[in-house]
Every structure is written in structure tokens, then in C-alpha cells.
Design a protein around this ligand. Structure first.
Ligand code: PHE
Ligand code: CO
Length: 307
């Protein structure tokens, strides 16, 4: 996410250079943001059509949560408040602060990773303030307010997950110093964005990229055309990922405690071991399963989900 001009992670009023982006710079007005990239949520900017887009996205997604999203997410999603319009971030923050000491802060869009890590380490979750255009209803390239808020914020009401996110931010600042940000980004991708969790009732999604996606939610949990393997930190850090299609591989955790404990040790030696393994055996492609690796089978679709 960080470009050379932004190595200090301090906003200078222009859009950050990002990984894997096309010719188009990130959307959003970075002139209005403070040095730490946060800005006011300019609530007056939203049109009636914007609120309607949010309402339609929310409604569509809410109805497919049962049987696909984890209980921790489902029980917290109503904390976002009134689903008929884009929430006021301050109101969400007030509830979140009481629950886990986190806050939601507004940002103009994607921000450089140093700035992102620093906010997470301070228990502030950056949420993009703009919403996708109606013609982007099913797919938007960059995260918008619906992805950031609906996808990420409900799990910040869970104490263990909330602590994991803060630890990730602190770990990110260290990874930048160790030149290991790309390895750490894989952890974020395969857990925070695209993680699955094993429950008594079968697999469920907890990753925000899945939970905010109309198609991938059902795909990740029920499709036979995806690999699902047990969470293993070093295996995961060797694994490449897809940014423009549904994931070919998902990593499955038993619970958030497992995730927190597995990521608590100092990563300095872990990064070195993973680099060594990559040098000797290469990276693992998305969709590739290693010999002897345990695979989880897809949930059987229920009648309600078979649409
Ligand atoms: N334990 C990690 C480190 O020392 C920090 C971390 C925690 C990273 C949780 C990601 C998630 O770098
Ligand atoms: Co996200």
C-alpha cells in the first residue's frame, strides 16, 4: 500500500501510491485529511441515492448471513445502527468504545500501510467515507464505506478479535522495520479479509472481504470449487493470494483465541524462517494444496441458501 513518497506515512494531501493498482489513483480527496490520514465524515456529502445504495447493500447482505456468517458477526451487526442510511461514525464509535475501547475514524480512502498500522495499534479503525456508485453495486475495486463498516466493524465488538486487530497494527509497525510487510499482509488477507471459522454447525465466514461480498459469502462456505485448509501461520505466509477473483484457498481457524495465540509470539524469527522456506521450496500458489494437508469440505447448502 505504501509508495516511496509516503514512506513516513504522513498525509501530504495527495492520494497514496498503492500495490497492484491500475493507472487510476485511489479515489477520495486526500487534501481534506489530517497528517494521520483521518478526516471528518462529511455527512452532508451523501445524497439520497448514496443512502439508498447503503440500504440496498445492507439488506441484501443481512438476509444471507444465517448459516454463512459466524455468530459473533451476526450478533454484533445491528450495533452498526439504523440500516436505512449510512451510519454516523461517531454514533458507532460510542457503542464500540463501550464494548471494546475501539473507535471508527473516517479516512478519504486507502491509506499507506504505516499510517494504517499506527491507527490499528491505537485501536482506531479507518473507514472510507465515500460509497460506491450504483453501477458498482455488485463489485467495487477499492474498499468503500460499506465494505469497511459492514465488513470489518461488527467483529471489533468481539473482545478477542478486537485485541487481535490491535496486535496486528503493532506488528505491522515492526514488520515495516523488518521489511516483512508483504508477509504480514498475507496474514491480514487470509484472516481479517477472507478468514473462515470452524463451528459445531460447519464452516462460517468471519473475514470482511467475504462478509461484504454478495457472491463470495456463499461461495467461500459452500462451493466445491475452493480449497479450505487449517490455519498455519508459516504455511499462510508462504501463500500468494488473488486480488481480482474469489479466493482459491481459504484458511480455517477453530476460534479467535487460536488466532490470537498463534500470532502472539515475536515474528522476527518467523519472518526469517518463512523467507528461508520460500527460498528453498518456493511460494505456494493460490489454490495449491500441499501433500498430506488436511482439507475442510464445503458446507452443504440448505434450501434457504440454494438460490
Ligand atoms: N506477534 C507479532 C509480531 O511480533 C505481532 C502480531 C500480532 C502480528 C498479531 C499480527 C497479528 O510481529
Ligand atoms: Co477490508
Amino acid at each position: 500500500m505504501a509508495g516511496v513518497d509516503f514512506h513516513d506515512g504522513v498525509n501530504k494531501g495527495v492520494a497514496p501510491v498503492t500495490y497492484g493498482a491500475g493507472d487510476r489513483p485511489p479515489r477520495g480527496d486526500y487534501r481534506k485529511a489530517r497528517a494521520d490520514y483521518t478526516c471528518e465524515q462529511d455527512y452532508g456529502q451523501y445524497s439520497a441515492a448514496d443512502h439508498e445504495t447503503y440500504r440496498r447493500l445492507y439488506t441484501r447482505q443481512l438476509q444471507q448471513l444465517p448459516g454463512l456468517a459466524c455468530e459473533e458477526f451476526i450478533s454484533a451487526v445491528q450495533q452498526l445502527g439504523e440500516p436505512a442510511h449510512i451510519p454516523h461514525f461517531d454514533a458507532v464509535s460510542e457503542r464500540l468504545m463501550k464494548a471494546t475501547g475501539w473507535q471508527v475514524v473516517s479516512v478519504p480512502g486507502l491509506i499507506p500501510e504505516e499510517a494504517f498500522f499506527a491507527l490499528l495499534a491505537a485501536r482506531k479503525f479507518p473507514v472510507t467515507d465515500w460509497i460506491r456508485k450504483p453501477e458498482e453495486f455488485d463489485y467495487v475495486v477499492e474498499p468503500d464505506v460499506f465494505h469497511d463498516l459492514f465488513g470489518h466493524v461488527p467483529l471489533l465488538f468481539n473482545p478477542v478479535f478486537a485485541d487481535y486487530m490491535q496486535a496486528y497494527g503493532a506488528g505491522g509497525m515492526k514488520a515495516s522495520r523488518l521489511d516483512a510487510a508483504e508477509l504480514l499482509a498475507r496474514l491480514y488477507w487470509y484472516t481479517v479479509e477472507f478468514g473462515l471459522i470452524q463451528t459445531r454447525d460447519g464452516l462460517r465466514a468471519y473475514g470482511a472481504g467475504i462478509l461484504s461480498s454478495a457472491g463470495e459469502l456463499r461461495h467461500s462456505v459452500t462451493s466445491a470449487n475452493a480449497e479450505r485448509v487449517a490455519f498455519d501461520l508459516k504455511r499462510l505466509m508462504r501463500s500468494r493470494y488473488k486480488i481480482d477473483t474469489f479466493q482459491a484457498t481459504y484458511f480455517v481457524i477453530d476460534d479467535f483465541e487460536q488466532l490470537f495465540k498463534a500470532t502472539a509470539p515475536d515474528f522476527t524469527p518467523v519472518y526469517n524462517q518463512v523467507r528461508q522456506q520460500i527460498a528453498e521450496q518456493g511460494e505456494i500458489e493460490a489454490g495449491q494444496v500441499l501433500p498430506g494437508e488436511r482439507r475442510f469440505s464445503a458446507n452443504v447448502m440448505t434450501a434457504g441458501q440454494a438460490r
